[in-house]
Ligand binder design. Structure first.
Ligand SMILES: Cc1cc2nc3c(=O)[nH]c(=O)nc-3n(C[C@H](O)[C@H](O)[C@H](O)COP(=O)(O)OP(=O)(O)OC[C@H]3O[C@@H](n4cnc5c(N)ncnc54)[C@H](O)[C@@H]3O)c2cc1C
Length: 534
């Protein structure tokens, strides 16, 4: 048992906070994990409504050489199911279960845009190289979760060292291909529909490697039995078993960096030797009192603060949850349980960029009808991520019925302005109606006659529920300079902050972010604390 005299406070029981708490409590540290919501899990969460299980965050989880080894390392026995993906445009839906299927998807694009056959071949060559590098990065069990390999010479010399060389080359490939996906695609083709049909799957200005790397991620997805939230739920169980304390329904509202205390909204004070901040970073800088710190430290904090305040949360999402009295088979005939579907091959083109910018700039003088006309096009031309939990695990919807989650990327600023103009609920219904109509007229004929339950969430709900700036679902936007480390080789350092004895982890600590980042930064923070005391 090490460091048990140290008091560790972790704020935020999302995947990052839970990972750090699991590793620290395993080593016998006194861990207090503080979460503002009733339930742990943050954005990786599942909930049940009327007998349907829905996932609130990620619809599947990429193994990424992290999930399986971490569960094994922590001794968590969580059954992981396959989660094959489909991609569809119009009436064509393809199952993507091996690398050959990516080539079939390219053929589908060639059928849709025959004048761009050569360009699509060029794109496919780039994708194949990226998939190969992704295979190196994600296809090997991450060594940080392999305990005590220092004396395992066969592993060290036959597996780890040869892999490490390839890993460095793959990371260099990743760093070279960091230009925004839209610009990269425009260098290959000037067909704006083709550019859109690909880039509208991703957040605005996603680095090219990360965006096209999804063709590997699609093959790497798994689904925990019982829903994606079972991953975080099983970590929370383990922390309690290991003696960690989890305080839910507790919102931290201030940090005193000199006194080394955090205070919650009920004015309860918690002191720490080390604080791990596993929530929104803008919030940490906004609520931390630094007045009594050394002037040199204050200057460093101010330097970081200006970079953090100049950036904003990344893209957000509108999700529609449906309970449908149609059996799983109806949906299975059309796709796998996780589908990226674009009803029209026209592509969003300017709808999601210049038209939206104009609408936001002139919002006060734009009528409701004009906003709804934009919404018509936005919904008609968009790509939908559709998830059907019971196609992965049949127990997740009532017999003969199916729960369906349909989401599309959605601009936070627009929904915020709509709320200020006091037609938020009405607008939500307008979006829901359009999604249902478009899908009932295309992939799911007659769906609208079978809906028994429907509700939705917006970027505003995400901002409020998870305390996430601008409703960002994977940390910082790619449209502005990222205020944190974004080089995989340097990820161990990303957990450091200029505040004394405060570490940062999770989707705001490193970019690009998501599930792997949340886990890795959580692990690196635990490692830094444990390493300090050895
Ligand atoms: C719809 C959706 C789909 C996604 N799909 C994918 C995907 O396919 N692949 C992928 O890699 N990632 C995906 N993500 C992103 C991924 O889920 C997140 O990046 C990851 O779960 C973030 O974990 P975290 O612990 O860093 O942050 P969070 O999950 O945001 O956890 C932070 C926690 O801190 C709590 N908190 C905030 N403020 C306070 C406070 N003041 N006091 C106490 N507690 C506080 C919050 O309530 C929350 O529980 C998706 C997310 C969403 C929402």
């Amino acid at each position: 048992m090490k460091g048990t005299h140290q008091k560790l406070v972790i704020v935020g029981a999302g995947l990052a906070g839970l990972t750090a708490a699991a590793y620290l409590s395993r080593e016998g540290y006194a861990v207090q994990l503080i979460e503002k919501n009733q339930k742990c899990g943050g954005m990786l969460n599942s909930f049940t409504r009327d007998g349907y299980l829905f996932d609130a965050g990620a619809r599947s989880i990429e193994n990424s050489g992290i999930i399986r080894p971490m569960l094994k390392d922590l001794g968590i026995d969580l059954p992981l199911l396959n989660s094959p993906v489909s991609i569809g445009v119009g009436s064509e839906v393809l199952s993507i279960t091996d690398e050959q299927d990516i080539s079939r998807y390219m053929d589908l694009l060639k059928d849709l845009y025959p004048e761009d056959r050569t360009e699509i071949d060029s794109l496919y060559r780039v994708i194949r190289k990226i998939v190969k590098s992704m295979h190196t990065i994600y296809g090997f069990d991450n060594p940080v979760f392999t305990k005590d390999f220092t004396h395992d010479y066969p592993y060290l010399f036959k597996q780890l060292l040869p892999w490490f060389g390839k890993f460095i080359l793959a990371v260099m490939h990743m760093n070279r291909m960091d230009e925004p996906i839209e610009g990269f695609l425009r260098k290959i083709t000037n067909n704006e529909s083709l550019v859109s049909i690909i880039d509208q799957h991703f957040f605005k200005s996603t680095p090219t490697f990360f965006a096209l790397g999804y063709f590997y991620v699609y093959l790497d997805y798994i689904y925990p039995e019982g829903g994606t939230g079972m991953l975080t739920a099983s970590l929370a169980d383990l922390i309690r078993e290991q003696g960690g304390e989890i305080l839910t329904d507790t919102t931290i509202t201030s940090v005193d960096a000199a006194q080394k205390t955090v205070t919650d909204s009920e004015q309860r004070v918690y002191s720490y030797d080390q604080l791990v901040w596993a929530a929104d970073l803008k919030r940490l800088y906004a609520i931390t009192d630094t007045a009594k710190l050394d002037q040199r430290i204050i200057e460093q904090i101010e330097h970081h603060r200006s970079a953090i305040e100049a950036s904003r949360g990344g893209d957000s999402i509108f999700s529609l949850y449906l309970g449908v009295d149609l059996p799983n088979e109806y949906f299975f005939e059309r796709s796998n349980g996780h589908l990226f579907y674009t009803p029209s091959s026209e592509g969003l083109r300017t709808t999601h960029t210049s038209e939206l910018d104009e609408l936001l700039e002139n919002f006060e003088s734009t009528s409701k009808e004009q906003v709804l006309q934009w919404l018509d096009r936005y919904c008609e031309l968009n790509t939908y991520e559709i998830s059907i939990p019971s196609l992965r695990d049949p127990h997740l919807s009532p017999d003969g019925k199916t729960g369906v989650i349909i989401s599309l990327l959605f601009e936070y600023e627009l929904i915020r302005k709509i709320e200020e103009a006091r037609w938020y609920d009405e607008f939500k219904t307008e979006v829901e109606d359009r999604i249902i109509k478009i899908l009932s007229d295309s992939l799911y004929e007659g769906l609208d006659d079978h809906i028994q339950l429907r509700f939705s969430s917006t970027p505003l709900s995400i901002e409020r529920h998870f305390g996430s700036s601008e409703g960002g679902i994977t940390g910082w936007t790619y449209e502005r300079a990222v205020p944190v480390i974004s080089d995989l080789k340097k990820i161990p350092r990303s957990v450091k902050t200029p505040f004394p004895d405060i570490l940062q982890i999770g989707q705001w600590a490193y970019s690009p972010a998501g599930i792997p980042t949340a886990i890795l930064t959580g692990w690196y923070a635990a490692d830094a604390i444990i390493g300090d005391k050895q």
